[in-house]
Design a protein around this ligand. Structure first.
Ligand code: FES
Length: 256
């Protein structure tokens, strides 16, 4: 998306948010206050304002977005102004300023994933769900968004659901995926634990561990990630200072 299109979209979203005026006032739970104290305690005395990023995820865990109440909460917790909180919250795309669904589906449409079919996946989902960028399906379950590099170019076209990777999708299987999510079917992904909701993920992003079995990935890099280094070894190519005979760890724990 071009810079001017992004700017235009930001203006539209802000106007929409203002028109809704967040009619509900959030009263943050005792648990959120307890967690906020825990987050702040991770930072040295006098440096608590560094806790802003996890605190913004924490308010998203409660509200599903960063509302004006969430901004106020963070400002009060850290003794900074709402303008300072707002400046950060509007800079990062992971902080949502409008209601989101249970599942945020991010499709990389950056150059490399686009070549590999990312835009085709995005278009198929957009048509099927009847939504555009950062819009939510009528049933409130799925929010769709373009992403510009999800740092998984080796697995392109890259798609994440609530920031967990779902590999190997094409337009048809991507539509099947969102249908399964909408109907509450369990979706098993090949990297990580069962998908959780966006609110649950916000809590993890605030720095609270995911205790579920299989939630923490282990083991060596996958085949697509190792493809480049294997090709380099095969052809005897290496950057200066890198020993081309360095062993590649295998899935069984040994070296290849
Ligand atoms: S270009 Fe799509 S993940 Fe990097």
């Amino acid at each position: 998306m071009s810079a001017s299109a992004k700017r235009q979209e930001f203006i539209q979203v802000s106007a929409r948010a203002k028109s809704q005026e967040f009619s509900q006032v959030t009263v943050f739970s005792e648990e959120t206050y307890r967690r906020a104290a825990e987050i702040k305690a991770r930072y040295p005395e006098g440096r608590q304002r560094s806790a802003l990023l996890p605190l913004l995820h924490l308010v998203q865990n409660e509200d599903g977005q960063v509302t004006p109440d969430g901004v106020e909460f963070c400002a009060e917790q850290l003794g900074i102004t709402k303008a300072q909180v707002g400046a950060v919250a509007t800079f990062y795309t992971m902080y949502k300023r409008q209601p989101t669904g249970d599942y945020l589906v991010s499709v990389c449409t950056n150059t490399m994933c686009d070549v590999l079919g990312g835009q085709a996946i995005y278009d198929a989902l957009s048509d099927h769900l009847g939504v555009g960028h950062q819009e939510t399906s009528a049933d409130g379950k799925i929010t769709l968004e373009h992403a510009e590099c999800l740092a998984a170019c080796d697995y392109g076209p890259a798609v994440t659901v609530n920031y967990d990777f779902v590999d190997g999708l094409d337009p048809e299987s991507a539509v099947g995926l969102v249908d399964d999510l909408s109907h509450g079917k369990e979706v098993v992904i090949n990297r990580g634990a069962r998908l959780c909701t966006l609110k649950e993920m916000a809590l993890q992003l605030a720095g609270f561990a995911d205790e579920r079995e299989g939630a923490v990935g282990e083991g060596p890099a996958g085949e697509p990630t190792l493809r480049g280094v294997k090709l380099a070894q095969q052809h005897g190519i290496s950057p200066a200072g890198f020993d081309i005979t360095t062993p590649i760890p295998s899935a069984s724990g040994g070296n290849k």
